[in-house]
Write a protein that binds this ligand. Structure first.
Ligand code: PLP
Length: 388
């Protein structure tokens, strides 16, 4: 029997340990979380909006923030976005949970990429969904595989009483690979999903982590795709503010749900502060700073890793590099050896819904300064060579 996990008796999820180079966590660097700017925006919001900041919020989120998000997406190249198609959530995790609570039933099917974000798999499990991993090639999930599997399910479970189908994906600066799906692959996946009545849930949390993010899958077909956005990666995860964009009927369905009717909009106080940061332009400065720091760190880690010892796709953005461990070594063995040498990386196995290959580990470059990343990379190179 395994012992139950110890209770967490601190205020935050993670505190950095001493003496190790920890590349496991996909969090923004605590040293740069913008406490002063948030304090100033909070004071301004309270002074200007008083009781409205502290009351129950509008179920779909503050109108100011829905407008500001729409404008932010438009400026990012998404075309005109109607604020009625935006709903504020408690981060992307809260958005995913809300969407599944309302649109999915136990035993419904959700297709996933492999690898995919391991904690999204936890949320899918919370909803008792059947998870089906799609085949992938060098560009990402294979549309023909989605076509084949969705067609087979549609035949065995025809609508309207049959199981619903979803496709959860991270097409932009993915966790764990840092890669983005090419434009044509996005179109092919969305078209295939639409043909089979599959709802695409596009996890878009890394959009602001690097410049020139590709257009979202939602912008290709807002009737088929629900996009989950977040301010966790570019502003501060503790604010618990994210959003989703979806077609109007979906937004209205979610807006009328019990939890938002009873409790008001998600994270209302923080949402009012985020609205202020967007409207004042402070968010643009914060996000640009985070993106340029991430670019510097990505360059430091990628530049110092030895591709011959640990093959990896060069990340387009995001927080991570996805490393292939040397042939004949398992990800568990590699992770343990790296730990003995003072570097922590995440074993890649939990990122697979199907049988994991055990060939990968994930290294994050979001938390540490470039010199530590360079040192970490040197140790990882050495660890890989020690198996040779
Ligand atoms: C792909 C992905 N989705 C969602 C999240 C969590 O987002 P949020 O903080 O907005 O709930 C993360 C955080 O690591 C992530 O990597």
């Amino acid at each position: 029997m395994t012992a139950p996990p110890a209770p967490i008796e601190r205020d935050v999820q993670f505190v950095a340990g001493d003496g190790e180079i920890d590349l496991t966590w996909g969090h923004p660097d605590p040293a740069f979380l913008p406490a002063d700017v948030v304090a100033e925006a909070t004071a301004t919001v309270l002074a200007e909006h008083g009781w409205e900041t502290l009351s129950y919020g509008a179920p779909a989120g503050p109108w100011t923030l829905r407008n500001a998000v729409a404008e932010h997406l438009r400026r990012g190249g998404e075309g005109p976005v109607d604020p009625h198609d935006v709903l504020i959530t408690a981060g992307a995790s809260g958005g995913l949970d809300l969407v599944l609570s309302l649109l999915a039933r136990p035993r419904d099917v959700v297709f996933v990429e492999q690898p995919t974000y391991f904690l999204a798999l936890r949320i899918l499990a919370d909803h008792d969904l059947e998870v089906v991993a799609l085949a992938s090639d060098e560009h990402g999930s294979v549309p023909d595989d989605l076509d084949r599997r969705a067609a087979a399910l549609g035949r065995s479970d025809p609508a309207p009483t049959g199981r619903r189908m979803f496709f959860y994906c991270i097409p932009t600066f993915a966790n764990p690979t840092g890669r983005s799906l090419p434009a044509q692959r996005r179109v092919d996946l969305v078209t295939t999903a639409r043909r089979h009545g599959v709802t695409v849930i596009e996890d878009d949390v890394y959009r602001d982590t690097a410049p020139a993010a590709p257009a979202s899958m939602w912008s290709i077909d807002p009737r088929t795709v629900i996009r989950l956005g977040s301010f966790s990666k570019s502003l501060a995860p503790g604010m618990r503010v994210g959003f989703l964009t979806a077609e109007r009927t979906t937004i209205e369905r979610i807006e009328r749900c019990g939890v938002l009717d009873s409790g008001g909009g998600a994270s209302h106080f923080a949402a009012m502060v985020v609205a202020r940061l967007l409207v004042s332009g402070a968010f643009t400065t914060i996000a640009a700073g985070a993106a340029s720091r991430l670019a510097e760190r990505r360059t430091a880690l990628v530049g110092a890793l030895d591709d011959a010892a640990l093959a990896f796709p060069v990340p387009d953005g995001g927080f991570f590099v996805w490393l292939r461990v040397p042939a004949g070594v398992t990800s568990g063995q590699f992770t343990a050896a790296a730990r003995r040498n003072g570097v922590l990386v995440a074993d890649g196995r939990p990122f697979f819904a199907g049988t994991p290959t055990g060939e990968h580990v994930r290294a994050s470059f979001s938390m540490l300064a470039p010199d530590q990343l360079t040192r970490g990379a040197a140790i990882l190179n050495e660890t890989a060579r020690s198996f040779g």
